[in-house]
Design a protein around this ligand. Structure first.
Ligand code: NAD
Length: 288
C-alpha cells in the first residue's frame, strides 16, 4: 500500500508534548491536520507553541517565513471530537492508559469512515489489546514517535495480532514520506526501544536509591563516559514522569512482574507529588 496522499486529512488526538510534535510533522509533510484535546483550549495553545518554535527556525534562516505561515495554516485546532470524522488517518497521543485509549478507539470507530486508519502513539501498551473488541481491529496499528517528534527520526510501526499488513505497510511508507526512519515491529511489551531502555532507567534509579551518587553525577557519567546523549534523570524529566512511570508499570505487568522491569518508588513519589519533570517545572531537577 502506498503512503497516504499529502492532501488527506490527518487527525491528532492529544495536544501534549507528543501530539503537538506529531501534528507539526504531519503539517510539515503537507497534510491538513486537525488537532483535538479534551482539555478546552489545549489544541490552540499547542499550535501557538508550534508557531513559536517555527519562528525560531525562521530566525536561524532554517525556514522561510512563507513556509512557516503555510505549515501553521494547515494546523486546525478543534474543540469537538466529531470534527475529526473526515480524517483518513487518526493518531492518538492521549494518556498512557489502556482503558482510556480503548474507550477513545471505540468512539472513533463509530465516528470515522470504515477505511480510516486508527493509529496509536502508545509507548508500551498492547496494540492487540487496544484493537480487541472493535468491529474492525485490523485498522488499529501503532505509530510510535519519539520525543521530540519533529527532531527524532525513528518511528516504530507496531502490528498487533489483528493489524492489517497492507495498512501497516502504508503507514510505514507514510512515515518515510514524512522524513522519518520507520521500523516494523510486533506488539510486544515496550516494543523495541522502550523495552531496551527499561534497564537504563531502572538501574539508574536503583543507583540513586542506593545512594551511589546524585542525579547530576549519574547523568554526567552516562553522558561523558557512557556516550549517551542524556542521562536517565534528565531524560525522564524530558519525557514526563507520569508517562515514563506508566510505561514501566505496563511493561512490568506485561512480563508478569519480572524484577528487571520493577517500577521505582522514587519515581512514584515524583508522580504522586505532581513533579512530572520539565512540563510541570520540577522533576529530578528544577526548571523554574
Ligand atoms: P502529555 O501528558 O504531554 O499529553 C497528553 C494530552 O492528552 C494532554 O494534553 C491531555 O489533555 C490529552 N488527553 C488525555 N486524555 C484525553 C482524551 N481522552 N481525549 C483527548 N485528549 C486527552 O503526554 P505525552 O507525553 O504527549 O504522551 C502521550 C502519549 O504518547 C502516551 O501514550 C505516551 O506513552 C506516548 N509517548 C510519549 C513520549 C514521551 O517522551 N513523552 C514518547 C513517545 C510516546
Amino acid at each position: 500500500m502506498p503512503a497516504l496522499n499529502a492532501s488527506a486529512t490527518v487527525a491528532v488526538i492529544g495536544a501534549g508534548a507528543m501530539g503537538a510534535g506529531i501534528a507539526q510533522v504531519a503539517a510539515q509533510a503537507g497534510h491538513p491536520v486537525k488537532l483535538y484535546d479534551n482539555r478546552p483550549g489545549a489544541s490552540a495553545q499547542a499550535i501557538d507553541g508550534i508557531d513559536r518554535q517555527l519562528g525560531r527556525l525562521v530566525e536561524k534562516n532554517k525556514l522561510t517565513a512563507e513556509a512557516r505561515a503555510a505549515i501553521v495554516a494547515r494546523l486546525q485546532p478543534v474543540e469537538a471530537i466529531e470534527a475529526l470524522a473526515d480524517a483518513s488517518l487518526v493518531i492518538e497521543a492521549i494518556v498512557e492508559n489502556l482503558e482510556v485509549k480503548r474507550g477513545l478507539l471505540r468512539q472513533l470507530e463509530d465516528l470515522c469512515s470504515a477505511d480510516c486508519i486508527l493509529a496509536s502513539n502508545t509507548s508500551s501498551l498492547s496494540i492487540t489489546s487496544l484493537a480487541a473488541g472493535l468491529k474492525h481491529p485490523g485498522r488499529v496499528i501503532g505509530m510510535h514517535f519519539f520525543n521530540p517528534a519533529p527532531l527524532m527520526a525513528l518511528v516504530e510501526i507496531v502490528s498487533g495480532l489483528a493489524s492489517d499488513r497492507a495498512l501497516a505497510e502504508g503507514l510505514y511508507e507514510t512515515a518515510k514520506a514524512w522524513g522519518k526512519q520507520p521500523v516494523h515491529t510486533k506488539s510486544t511489551p515496550g516494543f523495541i526501544v522502550n523495552r531496551v531502555a527499561r534497564p537504563f532507567y531502572a538501574e539508574s534509579l536503583r543507583l540513586l536509591q542506593e545512594g551511589a551518587a546524585g542525579c547530576a553525577t549519574l547523568d554526567a557519567l552516562m553522558r561523558d563516559a557512557g556516550g549517551f546523549r542524556m542521562g536517565a534523570f534528565e531524560l525522564t524529566d524530558l519525557i514526563g514522569h507520569d508517562v515514563n512511570y506508566a510505561v514501566t508499570c505496563s511493561v512490568f505487568d506485561a512480563y508478569y512482574g519480572d524484577f528487571r522491569f520493577q517500577p521505582s518508588l522514587i519515581q512514584k513519589e515524583l508522580v504522586d507529588a505532581g513533579r512530572l519533570g520539565r512540563k510541570s517545572g520540577h522533576g529530578f531537577y528544577s526548571y523554574a
